[in-house]
Design a binder for this molecule. Structure first.
Ligand code: FES
Length: 157
């Protein structure tokens, strides 16, 4: 049974920024090819800065904690800064996740990028971090294993 640290437990028990923004500037959803769980992130952007973000997650406790932390991390950041956030940084801010749960943080990472991609399309803007990005393309399970540093079959759980 995975052991969660206090930061993860705190964000799971008291998640920040839960819900959906009214009239968001960008909406991003992402379904995990590893477990099938889903996440939605909505963002509000003013002068290239993400001023608000909310999430809805149909997933496990690690996904909820990752979403909560991810929304806290992007609020106040510029679009470019938010695009640069990786799932590894989300995991690091959470103080770590059990290896079998690292893939849950990928949901938040991809949902953020999809929300920014939606914003960019609506504003007809381009960002360096989105070059060649396809929001409909499922991340390859193998890529996730490599991205997250998880190499064992237990990470599929
Ligand atoms: S997001 Fe699916 S198991 Fe965590």
């Amino acid at each position: 049974m995975p052991i969660y640290n206090d930061i993860v437990m705190e964000h799971f028990m008291n998640p920040r920024n839960v819900g959906e923004l009214e009239n968001p500037d960008g909406i991003g959803t992402y379904g995990s090819p590893v477990c099938g769980d889903m996440m939605q992130i909505t963002i509000k952007v003013v002068d290239e800065v993400i001023v608000d973000a909310k999430f809805k997650t149909f997933g496990c406790g690690s996904a909820i904690a990752s979403s909560s932390m991810a929304t806290e991390m992007i609020i106040g950041k510029t679009i470019d800064e938010a695009l640069a956030i990786t799932n590894k940084e989300i995991v690091s801010e959470l103080g770590g996740l059990p290896a079998v749960k690292i893939h849950c943080s990928v949901l938040a990472d991809h949902a953020i990028k999809n929300a920014i991609f939606d914003y960019a399309n609506k504003q007809v803007k381009t960002y360096k971090g989105l070059e060649g990005y396809d929001p409909d393309e499922d991340a390859d399970e193998q890529d996730i294993m490599e991205e997250t540093g998880c190499t064992g079959p237990s990470c599929r759980g």
